[in-house]
Structures are given as structure tokens and as C-alpha cells.
Write a protein that binds this ligand. Structure first.
Ligand code: 16G
Ligand code: ZN
Length: 538
């Protein structure tokens, strides 16, 4: 039985941020770091209850705000198999955080006592990590405040790790008896890289080197630990924006989000004349990556998540063909409405690969990929994604007695590409392995198709919750009549598409427009944005 007095004391100590409304959003709770104490305390409770409900299996907790500014932070809960928290528990997390934030002392006492007492007599296990933000240690204390005092949880704190490392270490803690260390992550992925590059006699990269921009986040120190273990890469790689000790420089003028949004090189790169290196940028917690290079006119060319999907689809389709498994194993690509129309055409018409569209947010793409395909390739255009292999895939490959080069390569891919979640480091290895095996320069990769010109902008509206979508966020059902007006505007342009959706992470709606020329895409975007604003103020 939990004593009311204990709850009162813990709440007084750890839940100093009160009166806010919280919501477990697309990727967990996220807010200004100064508002999150209560959320962390509530998350400690929910994570423990989740572990108890799963018979004491390890549940992961990652403290991060990804690509957001240094002053923000956030937290997300990870299932024992390394996937994202199931949706019904997201609702429980939101409800509890809001009750503690706004309820009376008596209500809070009653609810927490009820939750703790009704839980089975199982000791919960938590696996915890955080990114490099300065607010991390304090928020961790608030989380431990509930997990330790109310549940005496068994805790493994990995300290500073990337988000995908935490997902990976959580799932490993489930499957492996005995201690799991961060070192396991480095060993597993570098071994897969070394093996696949040896198998294909790769001695150099097909570009004049690799530059990795780590957004001044936790990816920087991890890359420094990781790269020396990787043959070929150790000599070819330059790591930049790796100063995670300078707290304010996180995601500032660098990182995947900056590069994708501004379509330009990050800060920290000089002397680009005649530069034929391949570049990539991670975000602050290294779960997302985009590539780019400078073309012969020294112009910036982005190779985003759509390009990564296309590259993997091209390569894996070839391996399936060569190993005679194309009709045995299903492969498909999952995209969101943000995927460039050209990439969808290329996949469907040129590679003959099925493509499905889901709502924005990794969990939706992941679910679709796992449910429908033996090899599910999913990437958001912004660089979040991975390739997931099914049990049927593993079983089929086990039965292959004749191990051709293609079959051996297929067997290695799931070891190289993080199976729990999109991972900038492991996705980078996957892309580099494919490019090296195909001997494709960055320009060769880019030549597969030409992106339709597009524009993505933010429109600030009084109440974004009015904007309700259907058809995987491609169509609005509210405000009434707006979709018809958008459709009419789109019909006036060539090869055009436009959609409007409320952001899940910012107080704004996003307007995406794509058309045959940049001028048309810009015009369409302006018209749709005006329609959006008119619908709010009519
Ligand atoms: C979150 C999602 C990301 C999505 C983005 C959309 C995860 C791990 N992250 O960052 O996948 O693209 O939200 O943001 O799911 P928006 O709703 O503001 O457009
Ligand atoms: Zn991230």
C-alpha cells in the first residue's frame, strides 16, 4: 500500500511544473525543458506499469527532443522489442501527466495509490538513455523519483546515447541473458559493415570521402567511438559539428532538419571547390539522416529519405532477382504524403515495387512495413526510416542451401540495418554499403529520377485542431469546403499535388505543394496558404 504522505512528498519534490496541458505526441512528450518535470515523473510511473504489465520485461525510456532547439527536451517510452510505445498506453501517459499537472492533491494521491496498488507484484525493469541536452540529468532525476520510490524499479542507465542505440539496447536486453552494454551496439553494427564490405571486396568508397555532420548532438561522440572500428570508413570519414559539449550549438545551423529545410550545406564546411565527397547530416539524437553532394556546378544536391528508399529498393530487388527469391519474398516501400511524386512513380513504374502511403510519424510507417511485407522499406522524406525484415524472410533464407553472393548479402542486411527503429548511423552504413557494392557515385545515385519541384511551408492559424484530415493526411474533411477549393486550385497546374495537415509537433499547419516547375509549386503553395487563412477568418 502506498502511503498518501509519500505521494504528497514526491509530487511536491518532483512535479514542480504545474498547470500545463501535456500530450504524448507523434514522438512522445516534447516541450520547453523547464515545463517537463511533471511529465517525467508521470512517465516514470507509466514506464514501470508497462513493464509490470509485460511481466517485468525491460521497457526503454529515452530523454530527447531530437531536432528541436537546445532549450527543449522530451521523453518517449520504448516497448521491450525496441518498437514505440503502443497507442493505448500513450493515452494513459497523457491522462496521468495532465492529472498530476492540474488535479487536486487528493485526486493525485488517490490516482497514484490506485495505480501502484493495482499493479501486479512484479519488479519493473527500465532501460534509460538521454541525448546531450543540459536539462537531461535533472529530468532524469524526476523520472527516477517515481520509478525508484514508488516501484523500486530495476534500472539500467546507459547515460548519453543516441535514440536508436536506446531502442537497440532495450530489445537486446529482452533477448539476451546477462548484461547488455553500449559496446554491443558498436560491435554488432561494425562487424556487419566489415563483413559485408569484405564479402564484396570493397576497398574504397565510390566518392572522394565522406563528411558526417552530427548536428552538435550525441551522434558526434558516438561516431568517434564507432568509425575507427569500420574498415574503409576509418580512413575516408570526416566528422563535423561534433561538439555536443557546446550546449547551445545543438541543431543550430547544422543537422538533418536544417539541411533539408534550407537545402544548403550546414555550417562548418569550407573549401568546397571541386569537392566530390558525399555528405550526410544526422539530427540531434541521430535517428534521422539525409545525404547530399555538390554537383559539377558546385551546387547543393539533396539525397533525402525518398532517395534512400529508392536506393534500397533498387538494390534489394536486384538481390532478390539474383537469388531467385523475387516471387517468394514480398518487398514494398512505405511513404508518407510528403514523398516526392517522382519517387513514387519511379518505385511503382520503373522498379515495379508496391508503394503504400501512411500518416506522418515513424510508428505509422513502421507498422505498415511490418504488417505487409517480408522486406518493408520505409523512409519519410525528412530522413526517418529503416528496412524491416520479417520472420518469413529469415526462415526462407535459412532454407537456402546454395549460398550465392546475393543470398549472403541478403542475410547480412538485417544485421547492418537497425531492425528496431530508424538509425542515422546504421542507415548511413546501409547506404554506403549499397553505393560501394554498386560502385555508384552520389551523382549516379541522384540520376535515377528527377524530383518534382516542391515547397513545404508553415502557416500559423488560430486553432490548428480545426484541420482534420483523412486518406493518410492527403485530404481535409474540416474546415468544411476547404478541400474542394484546394482541389480546384491544384487542377490549374501541371503534375501538381498539394495537401494541408496540422503539425503534430508545432502550433501550425503545414502546406505542401508540388508541381512541374518551381514557379508553379510556389504559386500553388501561395494560393493554398491563402485558402487556409481565409477558412480561419471567414
Ligand atoms: C516527429 C516524428 C517524425 C515526423 C515529424 C512530423 C518520430 C520519431 N518522429 O518528429 O517522424 O516526421 O514528427 O512533424 O515519429 P510534424 O507533425 O510537426 O510535421
Ligand atoms: Zn530525431
Amino acid at each position: 500500500m502506498v502511503e498518501g504522505q509519500l505521494v504528497d512528498e514526491l509530487v511536491a519534490k518532483y512535479c514542480t511544473t504545474r498547470g500545463y496541458r501535456y500530450s504524448y505526441g507523434t514522438a512522445g512528450f516534447r516541450d520547453d525543458a523547464g515545463r517537463l518535470d511533471t511529465v517525467m515523473f508521470a512517465t516514470g510511473i507509466i514506464a514501470c506499469l508497462r513493464s509490470i504489465a509485460l511481466d517485468g520485461k525491460p521497457v526503454g525510456v529515452m530523454i530527447t527532443a531530437s531536432h528541436n532547439p537546445a532549450s527543449d527536451n522530451g521523453v518517449k517510452i520504448v516497448e521491450p522489442d525496441g518498437s514505440m510505445l503502443v497507442q493505448t498506453w500513450e493515452t494513459r501517459a497523457t491522462e496521468l501527466a495532465n492529472l498530476i499537472s492540474s488535479g487536486s492533491a487528493a485526486e493525485i494521491r488517490r490516482r497514484i495509490a490506485e495505480l501502484v496498488t493495482s499493479a501486479a507484484d512484479v519488479r519493473p525493469r527500465l532501460v534509460i538513455g538521454r541525448d546531450s541536452r543540459v536539462s537531461g540529468p535533472h529530468l532524469l532525476e524526476c523520472l527516477l523519483g517515481s520509478a525508484n520510490s514508488l516501484f523500486q524499479a530495476q534500472i539500467k542507465d546507459y547515460g548519453l546515447v543516441t535514440t536508436p542505440q536506446l531502442h537497440y539496447l532495450t530489445s537486446r536486453s529482452l533477448s539476451v541473458d546477462g548484461p547488455v552494454e553500449e559496446e554491443d551496439y558498436f560491435v554488432d553494427f561494425s562487424s556487419a559493415w566489415n563483413e559485408i564490405t569484405r564479402l564484396h571486396d570493397v576497398e574504397r568508397l565510390p566518392s572522394a570521402g565522406l563528411v558526417v555532420d552530427c548536428a552538435n548532438g550525441i551522434g558526434g561522440p558516438k561516431m568517434h567511438s564507432f568509425i575507427p572500428r569500420c574498415r574503409v570508413l576509418s580512413e575516408a570519414t570526416t566528422v563535423i559539428n561534433d561538439n555536443c559539449a557546446d550546449a547551445l550549438s545543438l541543431n543550430r545551423g547544422c543537422g538533418a532538419d536544417f539541411v533539408k529545410t534550407n537545402q544548403r550545406l550546414p555550417d562548418g564546411i569550407r573549401d568546397t571547390d571541386g569537392d566530390s565527397r558525399l555528405y550526410c547530416s544526422f539530427d540531434g539524437d541521430a535517428d534521422r539522416v539525409v545525404f547530399y553532394y555538390l554537383n559539377e556546378d558546385n551546387r547543393f544536391q539533396l539525397l533525402d529519405g525518398d532517395r534512400i528508399s529508392a536506393l534500397f529498393a533498387y538494390f534489394i530487388a536486384q538481390l532478390l532477382e539474383q537469388s531467385g527469391l523475387r516471387s517468394v519474398l514480398s518487398m514494398g516501400v512505405v511513404q508518407t504524403a510528403y514523398a516526392n511524386g517522382s519517387s513514387t512513380q519511379y518505385l511503382q513504374n520503373h522498379l515495379k515495387v508496391p508503394v503504400t502511403c501512411t500518416k506522418t510519424g515513424v510508428k505509422h510507417l513502421h507498422h505498415e512495413a511490418v504488417t505487409h511485407y517480408d522486406i518493408g522499406i520505409y523512409f519519410e522524406a525528412n530522413g526517418h526510416g529503416t528496412v524491416i525484415f520479417s520472420d518469413h524472410f529469415y526462415a526462407t533464407l535459412r532454407t537456402q542451401t546454395h549460398n550465392s553472393l546475393a543470398t549472403k548479402t541478403l542475410k547480412l542486411l538485417p544485421q547492418l540495418i537497425n531492425q528496431t527503429v530508424g538509425d542515422a548511423i546504421s542507415d548511413m552504413l546501409g547506404v554506403l554499403a549499397v553505393l560501394s557494392i554498386l560502385k555508384w557515385s552520389p551523382a549516379r545515385w541522384a540520376n535515377e529520377f528527377t524530383d518534382l519541384p516542391n515547397l513545404l511551408i508553415k502557416v500559423i492559424v488560430p486553432d490548428r485542431s480545426q484541420f482534420i484530415t483523412t486518406d493518410q493526411e492527403r485530404k481535409l474533411i474540416s474546415p468544411e469546403g476547404l478541400q474542394e477549393k484546394i482541389d480546384k486550385a491544384v487542377s490549374k497546374f501541371h503534375s501538381a499535388r498539394s495537401f494541408v495537415r496540422a503539425s503534430g509537433t508545432e502550433d501550425a499547419v503545414r502546406v505542401y505543394a508540388e508541381a512541374a516547375t518551381q514557379q508553379e509549386a510556389n504559386e500553388l503553395s501561395a494560393i493554398v496558404s491563402k485558402l487556409v487563412l481565409e477558412s480561419c477568418y471567414k
